[in-house]
Design a protein around this ligand. Structure first.
Ligand code: ADP
Ligand code: MG
Length: 375
């Protein structure tokens, strides 16, 4: 656990960067410091590994005051990832990752083998190992930066805007693969970002900073959305809070899914069971779900409108597909985006499980609220 107790930082020029900061970052969890630019996030983070010394207060690691530890020994326990990766430009990728273990006495062969394994863990295969940083994309460099910070297997990890310098698509990929990695490694992480959506997506806990380096609120993402402490936090967390909060409520097995008639591309509507809406059997309105050879849903088709054979051009791809083990927000979105109002739900294996309507999601949510009140 990383603990801040009444920590303040005043720079020599009189700038009050951080004011009376008290909070902790629990072990094995990812704590995000978020807030507008200049509100003291980086300063706070750098007081953990003593790149900056507090003017007042105590920062401790697992109960040990960081000032009582040699700064070099301290930093060995704390991996550090910065925005533009900060790689050594004249060393290959694998040697960037192996550099610190080598410095600490690891053999060359062993350090390289470990580095290759780590690179794979962060999603870079072997063919990148002998490249130089300038031969990688920004996103790939950032992955190397993460691997390098983990090379000595430190229990703590600090990350300052690690995913901010890349485009939104790559950023999403980096976030997803980092979440996956953290599930594996369970480090005690403090991450800085100015992006509230990133904070809510990645953080187990989120500390919201305001101008002047004061803490506005520390809470789980769901709590921040449901109960912002004041108008500043509410405004910073942003709009659509009710809908976004659904993203933190898991869809459980009690959400009722309806069965759907499925067809493949190439099928003849005349042969599809229950395809005639006048019979009232099978599907209700002539719309069926097109699935691929593995049973994964592709979209909807209106069998009344296809002619002889279902072709790919007949498929309506507009609906999102929710996962049965996803969130209520995913289920609701699937329902709202579906041309039939019935949201498609797939299992973890990708196969169609059935459909869900918005009312069923909302009914379920209502029940969750009642249970919360009752308990
Ligand atoms: P953030 O990471 O939230 O953008 P910083 O911690 O970098 O904010 O900075 C907090 C405040 O401290 C800002 O007003 C910044 O200008 C100021 N600051 C940062 N570093 C120094 C420094 N070395 N000397 C003086 N002021 C600084
Ligand atoms: Mg900063």
């Amino acid at each position: 656990m990383i603990t801040f107790e009444h920590v303040s930082k005043v720079y020599p020029d009189g700038t009050h960067a951080v004011h009376d900061l008290t909070f902790d970052a629990p072990s094995g969890r990812l704590t995000v410091l978020v807030g507008p630019s200049g509100c003291g996030k980086t300063t706070s983070m750098r007081m953990i590994n003593r790149l900056i010394d507090p003017t007042e207060g105590v920062v401790s690691l697992d109960g040990e005051d960081t000032r009582s530890v040699d700064a070099i020994d301290l930093r060995r326990k704390i991996g550090y990832v910065i925005q533009s990766a900060g790689l050594f430009p004249h060393r290959t990728v694998v040697d960037n990752v192996a550099a610190l273990p080598r410095l600490l006495g690891a053999g060359k062969k062993e350090a390289r083998a470990d580095a290759l394994a780590l690179l794979e863990k962060v999603g870079l295969d072997e063919r990148y190992a002998l490249r130089y940083p300038y031969q990688l994309s920004g996103g790939q460099q950032q992955r190397v930066g993460v691997a390098r910070a983990l090379a000595t297997d430190p229990p703590f990890l600090l990350m300052d805007e690690p995913f901010s310098a890349v485009d939104p698509v790559v950023r999403t990929q980096l976030q997803d693969s980092f979440l996956q990695l953290q599930r594996d490694i369970g480090k005690t992480i403090v991450m800085v970002t100015h992006d509230i959506d990133e904070a809510l997506k990645l953080g187990d806990r989120v500390a919201v900073f305001r101008e002047g380096g004061t803490l506005a609120q520390v809470a789980t993402p769901a709590e921040l959305l449901a109960h912002p402490a004041d108008p500043f936090v509410a405004d910073f967390v942003g709009a659509s809070r009710g809908y976004r909060a659904l993203g933190f409520v898991e869809a459980t097995a009690t959400v009722r899914l309806a069965e759907e008639v499925t067809v493949r591309v190439g099928a003849r509507p005349a042969d599809v069971g229950g395809a005639d809406p006048s019979t009232g059997s099978g599907q209700r309105d002539g719309w069926s779900v097109v699935v691929d050879d593995d049973g994964a849903p592709l979209g909807w088709v209106d069998l009344k409108a296809t002619g002889e054979v279902v072709e790919e051009r007949h498929i309506d791809f507009s609906g999102t597909v929710a996962r049965a083990d996803g969130s209520l927000r995913d289920l609701l979105d699937a329902a709202l985006s579906s041309p039939t109002g019935r949201g498609l739900v797939a299992g973890p294996d990708g196969r169609l499980r059935g459909s869900v309507v918005a009312d069923e999601v909302l009914r379920h949510l209502g029940r969750g609220r009642e249970a919360e009140v009752a308990s």
